[in-house]
Ligand binder design. Structure first.
Ligand SMILES: Cc1cc2nc3c(=O)[nH]c(=O)nc-3n(C[C@H](O)[C@H](O)[C@H](O)COP(=O)(O)OP(=O)(O)OC[C@H]3O[C@@H](n4cnc5c(N)ncnc54)[C@H](O)[C@@H]3O)c2cc1C
Length: 351
């Protein structure tokens, strides 16, 4: 089969890139290994515009937020389902973080996203006593699992996806084409998440992935509509169901859930509410993260038939739409410019 682009991986990155290219009337063939674990399968999909430790904007926030809203809206229109649920975050503050919040809100131009003055906690009875609560107004969650599943059906119906592990040894590259198992395309883009560490074309990228675990719990009669965050987040999913997450670990032996992860989440949840949770499910995954925690986007300058969309870290729901649009604009000739700090070429300077 002849295509314009091969895409390897149909997690969030591969899904959004395929969507952008198909919207530009390009033909894609996607290869996805169903045996491989996806970070996107476990992600809570929370969109948080603020880095609380320093009270700064999340990197790329202003460009990424508007692209995010428009991309998920377009996907909802295409697939006829709802994926984006705008909402607020309540950040529990102590005396020190309350002061930092007030000091940084104007200095760091956060007023479009958060309320300048933290509120008194009295109105939230189910929350444990806290000094004050900061309100993040522009936030929400993306139902990544439903989005990816629904887009997969779209690809299957059009015969645009193969479910198999991609075999790097079977790729042949000429100056104009990429050949793979009887198919050809102009370029191949790898969207493999943490599995990219094993990709021989990208061995120069310094990845520093982190493993994360989340819990699905019920908390009877905790009537709260906002996501609450302290050391972990508590995200309402409706009908007394909540997601609690997430842990961070950089010593990754495997992708399995652990007793330590579960205890850590439950212990930290106790600082948010004293209501006793019933644990329904525990999930683990690996966040694909570059050493500088920035996305990795673009084509290899020494071999421009090969590209990558990766390094979405813990912010995929927010950053993936912006990065996918940027890369699709490069692939379709609408721009040549990917900012240096997120461009894959930062890892290939000596070639
Ligand atoms: C516990 C946890 C909680 C998280 N919570 C949030 C959150 O609340 N908000 C947020 O924005 N982000 C969150 N994230 C991060 C988010 O999951 C990632 O940023 C995002 O999902 C990464 O998407 P991806 O497509 O790059 O990678 P993945 O989702 O891992 O997808 C990679 C895909 O490539 C396929 N693949 C890999 N290699 C091959 C190959 N050789 N051949 C064929 N297919 C291949 C895999 O099968 C998979 O389908 C969380 C992550 C974790 C682990």
């Amino acid at each position: 089969m002849e295509a314009d682009f091969f895409i390897v991986g149909q997690g969030l990155a591969g899904t959004l890139l395929a969507f952008e290219l198909i919207s530009q009337k390009k033909k894609v063939i996607v290869f996805d290994d169903p045996q491989n674990t996806k970070a996107s399968d476990v992600a809570a999909g929370l969109i948080n515009p603020v880095v609380f430790r320093r009270m700064t904007k999340t990197a790329l926030l202003d460009v990424a937020f508007s692209q995010m809203e428009s991309t998920y809206q377009q996907l909802e229109d295409l697939l006829g389902e709802k994926f984006y649920f705008p909402g607020q975050i309540l950040k529990l503050l102590n005396e020190e973080s309350d002061l930092l919040w007030r000091n940084k809100v104007f200095a760091n131009q956060l007023t479009d996203y958060i309320s300048p003055n933290p509120i008194q906690p009295d109105q939230f009875e189910v929350l444990k006593s806290t000094y004050s609560i900061g309100l993040i107004n522009k936030s929400g969650r993306i139902d990544l699992q439903n989005l990816i599943c629904s887009f997969r059906k779209f690809l299957i119906e059009r015969n645009l996806i193969y479910f198999e592990p991609f075999d790097y040894e079977k790729v042949a590259i000429s100056t104009e084409y990429v050949y793979y198992k009887g198919h050809s395309a102009q370029k191949i883009i790898f969207c493999e998440g943490a599995a990219a560490s094993k990709n021989p074309f990208f061995s120069k990228i310094q990845f520093k992935h982190s493993k994360g675990e989340v819990l699905d719990v019920t908390l009877p009669n905790v009537n709260i509509n906002e996501t609450v965050t302290d050391e972990v987040f508590l995200m309402p999913m409706g009908n007394d169901l909540f997601k609690v997450g997430a842990t961070y670990s950089w010593e990754i032996q495997n992708c399995k859930t652990t007793e330590i992860g579960r205890s850590e989440l439950l212990e930290k949840l106790k600082r948010i509410t004293s209501v006793k949770p019933i644990v329904l499910n525990q999930l683990a995954g690996i966040r694909p993260t570059a050493h500088d925690r920035k996305p990795v986007v673009g084509l290899l300058s020494h071999c421009p038939q090969i590209g990558i969309l990766n390094g979405l870290g813990s912010k995929g729901a927010l950053l993936a739409p912006y990065c996918a649009r940027l890369l699709s604009d490069v692939l379709t000739g609408n721009t040549t410019n990917i900012p240096g700090d997120i461009n894959v070429t930062r890892y290939f300077k000596s070639i």
